[in-house]
Design a protein around this ligand. Structure first.
Ligand code: URA
Length: 235
């Protein structure tokens, strides 16, 4: 792994920030001063200001989950864990949140419990964006119903959310600030539609962009530009 990537995950700071430590010659690698951020390390003999960094670095992965895989750490063939390359299969690695078996798209996996909590915690209102294909067209009255806050068939009152209809009116983008069980499917049902395809495109600042189906991409939270928090007035 690159030295700046290792320092970033071991110290939980951005790569840009930790590069300063290297420039200031405060980092040593196997007993000599590190020369560049691009040096390779396995994390074994890295010291900052003479203090050994013990952490191997937390693992943070973005996965493009295919349909048919289950968001679980259970040892079953269709578990999303079976898609994780062995180099990232560390103890404690688990999905931060869930996507239904029939849903596709962005799933975050990590062994960092605090980070997972930030993603999952209902009080954070982490913004999530989905691409939805309905069995029938979405309408302007659906847009209004989503914006007002839908009531689901079991009586659950959803937070206001955004429905943006595509040129093909069976397709839409849904932005939610909560994540209840089967929420998008149940919201579509509440306006008399049925979800035929559901793809999560974004969770907070984390994007599916460019990750092939069934593949994962490692990231470092400190490198990702955070976005504004939920504001009901902006829906
Ligand atoms: N809403 C759903 O209905 N399913 C998901 O997997 C995620 C959100």
């Amino acid at each position: 792994m690159r030295l700046d990537a290792y320092l970033s995950s071991a110290l939980n700071d951005s790569r840009k920030y930790v590069r300063n430590y290297i420039k200031q010659k405060r980092v040593t690698l196997s007993g000599r001063v590190a020369l560049s951020a691009a040096e390779k390390t396995d994390g074994k003999e890295v010291f900052l200001d003479g203090k050994k960094l013990e952490s191997r670095g937390k693992i943070y992965l973005l996965m493009n989950k295919p349909r048919g895989y289950v968001s679980t750490t259970e040892n079953i063939p269709e578990s999303v864990m079976s898609l994780v390359p062995s180099e990232f299969r560390v103890k404690g690695l688990a999905p931060a949140g869930r996507l239904d078996k029939d849903s596709e798209g962005l799933l975050i996996l990590t062994d960092d419990g605090n980070f997972a909590h930030e993603i999952i915690s209902p009080s954070r209102h982490m913004e999530k964006v989905y691409f939805v294909v309905g069995a029938k067209s979405f309408s302007e009255s659906d847009v209004e119903a989503f914006a007002k806050g839908l009531t689901l068939k079991d009586g659950f009152k959803c937070l206001p959310s955004r429905l943006e209809i595509s040129r093909n009116k069976n397709e839409a983008f849904v932005t939610l600030f909560e994540g209840k069980y089967h929420q998008v499917r149940r919201m579509a049902a509440a306006v008399g539609n049925h979800v035929e395809r559901l793809v999560r495109l974004r969770v907070g600042p984390y994007l599916l962009d460019g990750i092939k189906e069934g593949e994962v991409k490692r990231f470092f939270p400190g490198d990702v530009k955070q976005i504004k928090k939920y504001d009901e007035k902006e829906i």
